[in-house]
Design a protein around this ligand. Structure first.
Ligand SMILES: [Zn+2]
Ligand SMILES: [Zn+2]
Ligand SMILES: [Zn+2]
Length: 240
């Protein structure tokens, strides 16, 4: 499952003037303004919101995402199966090049509402869920994610599949931490500001599994490399 906290970050900055406000379109003539991690700016007189998926300040293209929040237009527009195919190919190339073999899986796009009905809990609506039953593996992804957000979520869920397929039964924290490490490595191949924002958020996530265990495994990976990390995960293999 993937329930990472939102990317919203908003600060009041003081700096150069003359940039355009993403809400009203006027030049910001004060040296005080709202600013997000993309360096998009808005006048302090607006009651600004950040996109629940990518964290951008929302201009005039707010889209209500039921059960989830308010998204910017680029995230709120739903991803198509054609886009998913491009994202899937991108994620699979990472798994292939790291010798993580994946079982066959059916990947489905669900609206936020459908996601809530199928997998919602009091903690919220997940962005992605992997499941397995007698008919095989399945991954459900929220359609409204940004492309990079979807790549991150899909990579995370595929890492669950790899663990199940290899009978790796790690404690919850390492299970999710490993999935987030894989997701971070996939996202780090994308040279876009949003990828940096996502990586920043992952590094700051206070959650014991998605944050702390992820960072612990990242240190193993950074110092000892990929092979050592995989060997460490395989110590949780159930050989019974
Ligand atoms: Zn997960
Ligand atoms: Zn403005
Ligand atoms: Zn967005």
């Amino acid at each position: 499952m993937n329930t990472d906290h939102h990317l919203a970050f908003l600060g009041i900055a003081t700096g150069e003037t003359g940039s355009r406000c993403v809400v009203c379109g006027r030049n910001i003539d004060s040296d005080n303004y709202h600013v997000d991690r993309y360096n998009r700016r808005a006048c302090t007189c607006h009651n600004v919101q950040c996109c629940c998926f990518c964290g951008r300040i929302i201009g005039n293209d707010a889209v209500d995402v039921p059960y989830f929040g308010t998204a910017c237009g680029r995230c709120g527009s739903e991803r198509s199966y054609d886009e998913l195919e491009t994202i899937r190919t991108f994620c699979y190339s990472f798994f292939a090049s790291h010798k993580l073999y994946l079982p066959a899986v059916r990947i489905c796009l669900l609206s936020a509402e459908e996601m809530q009905l199928a997998h919602g809990s009091p903690e919220g609506t997940p962005r992605g869920v992997a499941s397995r039953n007698s008919s095989g593996y399945r991954i459900d992804l929220m359609r409204q994610l940004s492309r990079i957000g979807m790549a991150k979520t899909l990579a995370h869920e595929l890492a669950h599949l790899w663990q199940w397929h290899r009978n790796i039964d790690a404690p919850h924290t390492y299970c999710e931490g490993f999935c987030n490490l894989v997701a971070s490595l996939v996202v780090s191949q994308i040279s876009k500001t949003e990828a940096l924002v996502i990586l920043h958020q992952m590094m700051e996530n206070p959650d014991p599994a998605y944050g702390a265990a992820f960072r612990e495994l990242k240190i193993v990976y950074d110092i000892h490399g990929w092979q050592t990390l995989i060997e460490a995960m395989k110590t949780f293999q159930d050989r019974s």
